[in-house]
Design a protein around this ligand. Structure first.
Ligand SMILES: [Zn+2]
Length: 323
């Protein structure tokens, strides 16, 4: 019995067949059984994340719809899949593939010879590669099309950046009474706005205590060298944006950005922190949820030179969340 008939007879009623570790062998065998006259095309490639058990481990999956069977070439590079698609031209493939994909960094289609093409898919996160499993979907198999479903390794969450990755300096300040926020749907960006001197969290703490507050009103201070200091504990009500402290996190960047311009590393760290906080509070870092102080109160804060960078900060944060 031919291998394909065996698979069809054995698994025909199932929605998915798990084929274990011998993926490469089965693909090669199926490829050899292909009718020689049938042209092969890659119809589409899709990928995504799935969390079948509801745990904090997600699976990366990659699905290829192929008319005919793609031959998988084991690749020595740890973050790529390499396929040989027979009897097609690069032009047959390029229009059909979705390159704008959160999990696949790059797809390259090249002619190997006059008849066959290679497809190289480079994934964005190397962690997805080590434990590849795959499946063929028989309803597609019967129609003469093959959907190769590859479940690659697991990784902990779709967010690449966590607060613990940011090496936040604990400032160990003594606070007066603090209330806990019931919910959070807003991140407000500020500047220190005073002179050129470096302002440590402890110094802002001292000034804010003098205002009669419970201590530093911001939750984070981002310095010109990119160092992030913790201010008020993350889940407590801050004192930074009138009428909005009960639902927001306040981030202050050191500098007066009416005059100076924020450093590149300062903006980079802001985007990373916004990504981590957006993940924690399950918000999208867009115009509604990540704002400058001047969007909410009558103030110049966070200064015009920082304010015009906020669209970039939001875009970067969103990209980091998808990585
Ligand atoms: Zn402000």
């Amino acid at each position: 019995m031919k291998r394909r008939d065996f698979l069809r007879n054995t698994f025909g009623a199932c929605s998915t067949i798990w084929l274990g570790q011998n993926f490469f062998d089965v693909c090669k065998a199926l490829a050899q059984e292909q009718p020689k006259e049938q042209a092969t095309k890659l119809v589409y490639i899709r990928s995504g994340l799935e969390n079948p058990t509801g745990s904090d481990q997600s699976y990366f999956w990659l699905e290829l719809m192929v008319s005919g069977v793609a031959e998988i070439i084991p690749s020595s590079v740890p973050d790529e899949f390499l396929f040989l698609i027979k009897k097609c031209r690069p032009g047959d493939l390029t229009g059909q593939m979705n390159y704008d994909n959160p999990y696949i960094k790059r797809a390259e289609v090249k002619a190997v010879n006059q008849q066959d093409c290679s497809v190289r898919l480079v994934v964005k996160n190397q962690n997805v590669m080590p434990e590849m499993r795959y499946a063929l979907v028989p309803s597609v198999l019967r129609a003469g099309m093959y959907r190769l479903r590859i479940d690659a390794g697991s990784f902990s969450s779709p967010t690449a950046i966590k607060e613990s990755d940011l090496e936040i300096q604990e400032s160990n300040l003594a606070f007066g009474p603090l209330a806990t926020r019931a919910f959070t749907d807003l991140i407000v960006i500020h500047h220190v706005g005073m002179g050129a001197a470096e302002e440590a969290a402890a110094e802002i703490h001292r000034l804010h205590l003098r205002n009669g507050w419970s201590g530093i009103g911001y939750h984070y201070v981002i310095h010109k060298n990119g160092m992030i200091e913790r201010g008020r504990p993350r889940d407590t009500v801050g004192a930074h944006t009138y009428n909005h402290n009960g639902s927001s996190v306040g981030i202050v960047l050191d500098g007066n950005f009416e005059d100076a311009i924020p450093t590149a590393v300062q903006l980079e760290k802001t985007a990373r922190l916004v990504a981590a906080l957006s993940h924690i509070y399950n918000i999208t870092p867009d115009y509604n949820n990540v704002v400058g102080h001047r969007d909410l109160n009558t103030t110049l804060c966070p200064g015009k030179n920082l304010y015009i960078e906020l669209p970039q900060v939001r875009d970067k944060a969103l990209a980091y969340m998808k990585e």
